[in-house]
Design a protein around this ligand. Structure first.
Ligand code: SF4
Length: 439
């Protein structure tokens, strides 16, 4: 980023953001400094503006709606609400280990511990009680992918006394095509809940949804989805045209700014970068030797882990489960079709699509990932509190070994807390696996 741009963003961050946004402002300045010497990309632009938009929304009297990481905010943008993807706060603190004091405080007050409640959201409780978390006007969350998430949001709802709404995500498939898990009620059940959500938002905002604005927003969503699908296809190329973290930019764009021009710009830029590199035979990781599937979340407290893998083993992580965004563009020609698209977008969202139903959904996802992306090995860092995923990963790893012969490493750690299993221990475990099993 050139110095003028850096100074511009520094200036934009000045002023009083409000008491509950003190930590939010610190995060903004932290990211700005962290990326000071990096190339200024549409993804970085988007990230910085997410932070700036919150105090701006407050000043403009716009309602802020906090939502969980497994939901695309297009409807909120269409209704001119300011979405705040909560985990950007509670997980965004992890690379600097600033979430750990709040994890400890949550322990002290007796709100769970690592094996029972996930530390992706738990710092929200501790930080709220210490006056450090952003306080939204409205709260929205899903029932999936885990009880842990839904539980923490309910606790937050009652502690902060914020009007809240949630959607119950059904278990079954919605596409018939000889699918043994098909249930004809799946889409109707979801569309009904989308409509209920709109009624609730209209009541809270005291303003009706503008159908034209929704259609415009959904056009943008479709456009971004097309770019992402192309990007995902391009990553099948050997060598992979982008480095390990690139795919996460698509997730960040869609989960924070889905439906906006900013998300269209960011996803287009990622697609264009991958395409350009494929055309020129440029690898994301020079001299690529190992292609890794990472079908779970990153180890968020260790921001350098994937760079270390690239530099030490010439290994590229193709995409993590969040970055592997797979929602298709939909027919949005009528208002009813827009509702259906919102319903399908929720059912298929990153992690929700693979983890909301029978174990076969995840197994199929992982087998396709391994086969289509010419994967050499699978690595899954598994969170202690994520008990359902532990079981899923173990069974899926057996299917991968049997059907493809590709080795799988599952290791326990807390991706949000550097003190449970340290960075060094994780690197040792991965090194052992790559040198003794994969190479
Ligand atoms: S890591 Fe597992 S337990 Fe934590 S929020 Fe995600 S699905 Fe839930």
């Amino acid at each position: 980023m050139d110095i003028e741009l850096y100074n511009k963003y520094k200036k934009l961050g000045r002023g009083n953001w409000g008491k509950d946004l003190t930590m939010w402002k610190m995060m903004y300045l932290g990211f700005l400094n962290q990326y000071r010497d990096e190339e200024f990309t549409p993804i970085l632009d988007l990230l910085l503006n997410i932070f700036l938009d919150l105090p701006k929304a407050r000043k403009e009297g716009k309602l802020v709606i906090m939502h969980s990481f497994n939901y695309g905010p297009e409807l909120f943008h269409a209704m001119d609400l300011e979405p705040l993807m909560q985990e950007l706060f509670s997980v965004g603190l992890a690379p600097l280990h600033l979430n750990e004091p709040y994890i400890d405080f949550s322990n002290q007050i007796g709100y769970g511990d690592n094996p029972t409640i996930c530390n992706a959201q738990r710092p929200l409780i501790g930080s709220f009680m210490q006056g450090a978390s952003p306080i939204p006007d409205l709260l929205f969350f899903l029932s999936t992918p885990c009880n842990s998430l839904a539980m923490t949001y309910q606790v937050f709802e009652h502690l902060a006394k914020i009007p809240a709404h949630s959607i119950d995500v059904p278990y079954w498939a919605y596409e018939q095509q000889d699918n043994e898990f098909y249930d004809e009620n799946t889409i109707a059940y979801m569309v009904k809940q989308v409509k209920d959500l709109i009624i609730w938002l209209e009541k809270e905002k005291k303003q009706k949804l503008d159908p034209e604005k929704l259609q415009e927003t959904m056009k943008n969503v479709n456009q971004s989805r097309e770019y992402i699908l192309e990007f995902n296809e391009l990553l099948k190329t050997v060598p992979c045209p982008v480095p390990s973290q690139a795919g996460f930019g698509n997730f960040l764009s869609m989960v924070t700014r889905g439906g906006t021009d900013d998300a269209v710009k960011a996803t287009k830029w990622l697609r264009d970068s991958a395409l350009e590199n494929v055309k020129n035979g440029i690898a994301g990781v020079p001299d690529e030797k190992i292609r890794i599937a990472w079908p779970y979340t990153h180890v968020f407290f260790d921001a350098d882990l994937l760079t270390w893998l690239e530099e030490t083993f010439n290994a590229v992580v193709i995409m993590d489960i969040l970055g592997y965004y797979q929602v298709l563009p939909h027919d949005i020609s009528t208002l009813e079709k827009c509702y259906e698209s919102l319903a399908k977008g929720t059912l298929d969202f990153s992690m929700v699509g693979t983890c909301r139903g029978p174990i076969e959904f995840y197994i199929e996802f992982l087998l396709n990932y391994v086969k289509e992306y010419k994967i050499d090995c699978v690595i899954i860092p598994m969170q202690f509190a994520c008990k359902h995923a532990y079981a899923i990963a173990r069974v899926a790893s057996e299917a991968v070994r049997e059907q493809t012969g590709i080795p799988v490493l599952i290791f326990g750690c807390d991706p949000y807390d550097s003190r449970e299993v340290t960075s060094d221990a994780i690197r040792e475990r991965i090194s052992e696996f790559l040198t003794q099993v994969v190479l």
